[in-house]
Design a protein around this ligand. Sequence first.
Ligand SMILES: Nc1nc2c(ncn2[C@@H]2O[C@H](COP(=O)(O)OP(=O)(O)O)[C@@H](O)[C@H]2O)c(=O)[nH]1
Ligand SMILES: [Mg+2]
Length: 410
Amino acid sequence: MFKFLKEKISSWTKKISESKAKEVEVEETEEIELKEVKEKPQKKEKKKKEKKPKKEKKRKEVKEEPVEEPSKFKEAQKRPEQKEERELGEKIWEDIKEDAVEDSIKFPNFDKKEEKEPEKKGFFSKLKEKFTKTKISEEEFTQYSEDLLMILIENNVAFEVADKIITELKEKVVNKELSRKDLEEEIKNSLKETIETILVEPFDIIKRIKEKKDPYVMLFCGINGTGKTTTIAKLATLLKKEDISCVMAAGDTFRAASIEQLKLHGERTNTKVIAHDYGSDPAAVGFDAIQYAKKNNIKVVLIDTAGRMHTAKNLLKEIEKISSVCKPDVKIFVGESITGNDAVEQVKAFNESIGIDGIILSKADIDEKGGTALSVGYVTGKPILFLGMGQEYKDLELFNKKKFIEKLGL
Ligand SMILES: Nc1nc2c(ncn2[C@@H]2O[C@H](COP(=O)(O)OP(=O)(O)O)[C@@H](O)[C@H]2O)c(=O)[nH]1
Ligand SMILES: [Mg+2]
């Protein structure tokens, strides 16, 4: 479903992380140069270190006395018989003092080692952070977001939705500490969270059907050829599987062969079809089907309607009438996944005229872009309930946000 969008999003996130990785290379080169400068005094240190074992040996010979306090040397000075020992002690003390001065340069916390230890730790973890964390500035994000906007729009995401995605993503990543190592993953995760908020969580329609005592009435609307009649037949099949009985109402009394088409689906799926003649009032067909369901204890009424252009005011009025007569529990807009912005405009118009409750996107099986699915829910605030995944009766998939996002490679 997201053949193109998945690829494009993935290469977009890769692009940001790769450019950030280049920054790391530059910083690391600078760091190496710095190290080289620092290494010179380190050579000195090596020499000193070589001396150290000697010192330790001497210290052992003279025990602790001369090392402890200079005042003790003075005492030793008074005793000529210990001259040799005294001189040695003095030399060691000088060495220690010298070392202490050097050490205190390298480790300013030499004296108050315990107190200052956290600061030392902070310094190293800061240094570590410098290499493991990174930030994306606002300017950088703007530069990349232009590409993302194009990718989204080219893949049928409505402009307002693409804009919303970018604004949300910006809030999540700009000037935030991100892991350098997993930068691509972090951006993908932020994008994932953003898309999660864009998609409307579907309600459990099977549960609602089961909970309702009276027949649960479902009215289907949309323009011609989007797959309303086929979707109704698919739903009848799905309900049968759930052990839920249903009746179909041939509310498309306008298009030639539409009644026969529904009757054929009825035969094939073993579902009762209520039909009047062509040209009759579709609201009356729906009403009769509801009465039939009530009498025969049938759980669901599926009302088909003629396709109408979302711009044809009089036809929209007609569906408003069907809706007010049949009082459906849910009004479902059926749109084609492949049509992008057209589907977005249609769903908005139907929502404004009759107030839809849910969306079924047909032909998702042949949609390589996927942006329509990201858009229709956001612009209406209504959830996608099912995706049409082919021309067979079994090809109806419950819409699952998590699965859907996974398909996007996020
Ligand atoms: N590939 C594919 N084709 C579909 C799907 N749903 C419907 N169709 C086809 O779309 C065409 C129009 O369907 P139809 O139910 O008559 O649309 P209606 O005018 O809205 O009732 C038919 O050829 C269907 O087989 C789907 O999910 N995937
Ligand atoms: Mg039809």
